[in-house]
Write a protein that binds this ligand. Structure first.
Ligand SMILES: *[C@@H]1O[C@H](CO)[C@@H](O)[C@H](O)[C@H]1NC(C)=O
Ligand SMILES: *[C@@H]1O[C@H](CO)[C@@H](O)[C@H](O)[C@H]1NC(C)=O
Ligand SMILES: *[C@@H]1O[C@H](CO)[C@@H](O)[C@H](O)[C@H]1NC(C)=O
Length: 377
């Protein structure tokens, strides 16, 4: 409640502030993340093995061609932005990115395979780690400073919203894989401590660069992604993996509370949709899904099919599958997750009107929505 009031106040102040300023700077988002938020960066990393550049990725988005999103439709960040009145930021590596585009839409640095830790996802060869994404953000700030000057630039970055959504790969494509040295250098507790120390440094850095309104998204029950189930002997969720997600969420929540009180003028928030997704997985029909354990896009009986391919077959009704591929939720599941996060963060629209009721359950009967093409293509 307190947060909702505070948020409503800053939204009003921010909107007025910008208007008094001459309406020059919009409120935009800067997104740091992994494949759950990537909107095309990895398409421009030609050697990266983490790709969503082939059909049937993007089949329910715009013209239906692959656009770099690792799902059939929208990401969670797309949906939250749409529902809070914020433009969708283009991929940083998009060749059409310009200062004006950044001032109008923000930037998305998210990269499939990326993690909080530099070493995470190493076997994808190319991906942008969170540290690298923050370096690129510094470069973006320099571009904007030379375009509109230091003072206006400071104001612009102070009013912007920041999303940090990484962590899954630090487990799935690092700690839980014996090919990575972190898997034997750490135990569960010391690994989470290491992640929190690293994340704290990264969030402090973003604050020192002017970020004031920042959200960190937690992890879902990642032991229940189709890949984890197929790698277990029983086909059930891997409880060890789920426990790590819960421990990560708990530690992150504490870290964010702590930072929010320590950093000047900071509204740093943590939110996750673990319980809701877990409930969807246990009771899919309650939410209008009829499959919560296998990927909609699969390669016959061959599992795990590491990625969705042109030769793969698709499930009959994509809106009824929780998972799109072995790793990633479908558009319908993302909508459910986004609605839960909107509720947890107590969002209001940036234009001051209320966000659509997030509690209204979900994509239940709606088909996967088809929406305007992203500016990235
Ligand atoms: C991680 O990578 C960044 C460059 O992106 C580098 O500056 C930093 O020193 C590295 N950190 C560690 C702990 O290796
Ligand atoms: C916040 O973090 C500091 C160390 O950075 C620690 O000493 C303190 O106990 C933490 N406070 C809370 C409420 O977790
Ligand atoms: C904190 O906010 C106040 C009021 O907007 C401002 O005057 C001050 O410079 C800010 N401090 C920092 C470090 O951002």
């Amino acid at each position: 409640m307190k947060f909702e009031v505070a948020l409503a106040i800053w939204v009003v102040v921010a909107v007025l502030g910008v208007t008094i300023d001459g309406g020059e700077c919009k409120i935009v988002q800067f997104i740091f993340g992994d494949s759950l938020s990537d909107v095309g960066n990895n398409m421009y990393l030609s050697r990266s093995l983490a790709q969503a550049s082939l059909p049937w990725y993007g089949i329910d988005f715009g013209n239906g061609l692959p656009n770099g999103r690792f799902t059939n439709g929208r990401t969670v960040a797309d949906i939250i932005g749409d529902n809070t009145g914020l433009p969708r930021p283009p991929a940083f590596l998009s060749p059409s990115l310009t200062e004006n585009l950044i001032l109008e839409n923000g930037v998305n640095y998210a990269s499939g395979g990326g993690g909080i830790l530099n070493e995470t996802g190493g076997y994808f060869i190319q991906r942008l780690s969170l540290n690298k994404q923050i370096e690129l953000f510094q470069g973006t700030q320099q571009m904007i400073i030379s375009k509109i000057g230091k003072e206006k630039s400071d104001e612009f970055f102070k009013e912007s919203q920041y999303v940090v959504a990484l962590g899954s790969n630090d487990f799935i494509n690092n700690y839980l894989m014996p090919v990575y040295s972190d898997s034997w250098k750490y135990n569960d507790q010391s690994f989470i401590d290491y992640l929190m120390e690293t994340l704290e440094g990264q969030l402090r850095k973003l604050h020192s660069f002017g970020a004031r309104k920042l959200m960190v998204f937690g992890l879902g029950p990642m032991g229940c992604i189709p890949l984890q189930r197929v790698l277990s002997t029983t086909g059930k969720c891997q409880e060890k993996t789920n426990k790590l997600a819960i421990a990560f969420n708990r530690a992150s929540s504490k870290l964010l509370d702590n930072l929010s009180t320590k950093l000047v003028n900071a509204s740093f928030k943590f939110g996750e949709a673990y319980d809701v997704v877990n409930d969807v997985i246990s009771n899919p029909t309650k939410y209008g899904f009829d499959n919560a354990d296998s990927p909609c896009c699969s390669f016959g009986q061959i599992r795990p099919a590491l990625t969705c391919l042109p030769a793969s077959t698709l499930c009959e009704d994509r809106s009824k599958y929780v998972f799109w591929d072995e790793y990633h939720p479908s558009d319908s599941a993302n909508e459910l997750i986004a609605n839960e996060l909107i509720k947890k963060f107590g969002f209001t629209r940036v234009d001051g009107t209320n966000a659509p009721p997030p509690s209204a359950p979900s994509p239940v009967t709606a088909p996967s929505p088809v929406i305007a093409p992203s500016p990235v293509g």
